[in-house]
Design a protein. Structure first.
Length: 273
């Protein structure tokens, strides 16, 4: 069955490859479509995201990558006129069922945005913010969380002597790692990253990429990126999207070296995008 995307393009069901290391799906996207008012942004997408793996979403600007990513923790709910069909299941539970606790869902999925967004408070207070809004006041727990989260975010050695300094004084790359530390402080199962390196210099980008590799296996990571080389370096599996539809999905090395559709081949070889 084909899905009409515009007046000139029809896309068949997603072309799939064997997936790397898929022992179980943390997230199942099942025939998921999304509309902003009368405008359809996502078209009947179905893929499984492997538990403990890094999955990259690639494709040209406006293809629906961020719309899909923000659907995973229902951040799109904040947009007027939004509606969707199909299901997204987290550990088997449909996140759109009527009695779902959306706040708890978002705590389960840490979010890292395109530009670093530390709060105008101390480094330590940034990290412990998710705990404090949950009412946790135990100083021992808060202190342990600061150290563990900053270590997990590969930032501890750089800031351990300045935890009370304002986080806005950190470099851009440090701020982004701080935001990752804040995201994992709440002990999520999933990390969603929307172009986390696009505002960073090459050195800071390398540190974030190394960090993503270290987080593999501890968290299920879903990363949106325009940088195909980055997707190739950090991800286990890759989904190529075009005009709201996942065209191909599978092990990253196969997507980049043996694409099955002309559209994917044209994108990964730089002919468009």
């Amino acid at each position: 069955m084909s899905h009409r995307l515009d007046n000139s393009l029809e896309v068949e069901d997603t072309v799939s490859y064997p997936l790397k290391g898929l022992e179980g799906a943390a997230i199942e996207i099942d025939r998921f479509s999304l509309w902003y008012g009368d405008k359809q942004a996502l078209f009947n997408n179905s893929i499984d995201l492997g538990r403990g793996l890094v999955t990259a979403l690639i494709g040209p600007s406006g293809c629906g990558k961020s719309s899909l990513l923000r659907s995973l923790n229902r951040m799109n709910d904040l947009i007027d006129g939004l509606r969707c069909s199909g299901e997204i299941r987290l550990e088997g539970e449909n996140i759109f069922k009527k009695n779902i606790d959306v706040i708890s869902l978002r705590k389960t999925m840490g979010m890292v945005f395109q530009k670093p967004n530390p709060f105008p408070m101390s480094i330590a207070d940034n990290v412990t913010y998710p705990l404090k809004i949950d009412g946790i006041k135990d100083k021992h727990i808060l202190t342990e969380t600061v150290e563990k989260s900053l270590k997990d975010a590969a930032l501890w050695n750089e800031v351990k002597d300045r935890l009370n300094d304002n986080a806005l004084g950190l470099s851009g790359g440090q701020q982004q790692r701080l935001c990752i530390a804040r995201a994992i402080a709440g002990n999520p199962d999933v990390l969603l990253m929307d172009e986390p390196c696009s505002a960073l210099d090459p050195l800071a980008t390398r540190k974030i990429e190394d960090l993503i590799s270290e987080l593999r296996g501890v968290y299920t990571v879903v990363i949106v990126t325009h940088n195909m080389q980055q997707a190739g370096r950090v991800s286990d599996n890759t989904a190529f999207m075009y005009l709201g539809k996942i065209i191909e999905y599978g092990e990253t090395s196969l997507i980049f070296t043996k694409p099955k559709t002309l559209k994917t081949q044209d994108y990964v070889t730089g002919r468009f995008g």
